[in-house]
Design a protein around this ligand. Structure first.
Ligand code: ZN
Length: 293
């Protein structure tokens, strides 16, 4: 089963919510490695649907020893991830675990009245479906594609078998879960104590780290939904950042013009989480902007 690059390009350009049957694997030779996108390309597309793809674009997979990676490689399926698509729904048993490469995923909690808020962001540094390894199998949260791109999926049973070998995958996944817990805890504190401006700046920096680009495809409404705040508040903050020369905003695209000033605008949560990810997960994989100081 495969899809053409043209249809994938259209899916990503539309960024529409697709029914589950369209989230299908794409044939791709394992091993091709796409270069990191360079910073400084304002308003350029953040994901190229025609670029070469490799599971090693995911940092957890890239850090595995060859023998472990080769065991998993035949089971990894490339999948397009259109914005808005839910990888896991609340309370549902997961059939696949996902390794994002060029996509960015939100872990969100939804209240009974429909209000939602993001508790963590996962990009190519991480994995979606960690409850599989904890024995609980399901979680109250749902995972939704926030920034369209690609990723790899693998059947949960296959990955659990490799995890139970207690090798490098086991170690890396446990360290990742600890880092993810830090991000979730820090988000709880951030939502309670820090201003919308600080949270917006933190959020833009987190997305920049995961895309390797200063050109972000992101609407103000999406930021508002992610942070669980009113759209009007995001508009005011974006306007202030634009007037200060920190960002330029245009039709669903945000170009970060001055990342140093953006860091000054962000709360400490950004650095706390980033340093913890670096402490726990850097060192074994290839260099990556996510782990840069
Ligand atoms: Zn904060």
């Amino acid at each position: 089963m495969s899809v053409t690059s043209e249809s994938l390009a259209q899916e990503l350009a539309d960024s529409r919510i697709l029914p589950p049957r369209t989230l299908r694997a794409v044939k791709n030779p394992v091993g091709a490695f796409a270069p990191q996108r360079a910073l400084g390309n304002a308003f350029a597309p953040s994901a190229s649907p025609t670029a070469h793809h490799s599971p090693k674009q995911n940092q957890l997979l890239a850090a595995l020893p060859c023998v472990e990676f080769e065991r998993l490689a035949p089971h990894l399926e490339l999948v397009p991830m259109p914005r808005g698509f839910a990888l896991h729904e609340s309370g549902m048993r997961m059939l696949h675990v996902y390794f994002p490469t060029t996509s960015i995923i939100s872990i969100v909690l939804v209240l009974a009245d429909g209000a939602s808020s993001e508790v963590a962001v996962v990009g190519d540094e991480g994995i979606l479906g960690v409850s599989l390894f904890m024995g609980g199998e399901t979680t109250p949260s749902r995972t939704v594609v926030q920034s369209a791109g690609f990723g790899y999926r693998i059947k949960a049973a296959v990955l659990k078998e490799e995890f139970n070998r207690v090798g490098a995958l086991h170690t890396r996944v446990l360290l990742y879960i600890q880092a993810l817990m830090t991000q979730v805890a820090q988000t709880a504190m951030c939502n309670r104590r820090h201003s919308v401006e600080q949270q917006v700046a933190k959020r833009l920096l987190m997305i920049m780290d995961r895309t390797g680009s200063n050109s972000l495809t992101m609407t103000q409404e999406l930021i508002a939904n992610s942070l669980g705040v009113r759209r009007e508040g995001i508009t005011a903050v974006a306007g202030a950042l634009q007037r200060a020369g920190v960002i330029a905003y245009r039709r669903g695209h945000i170009a970060v013009l001055d990342s140093e000033k953006l860091e000054e605008s962000a709360c400490e949560c950004y650095a706390v989480v980033k340093l913890e990810f670096k402490r726990l997960l850097s060192g074994n994989g290839p260099s990556h902007p996510f782990y840069d100081a």
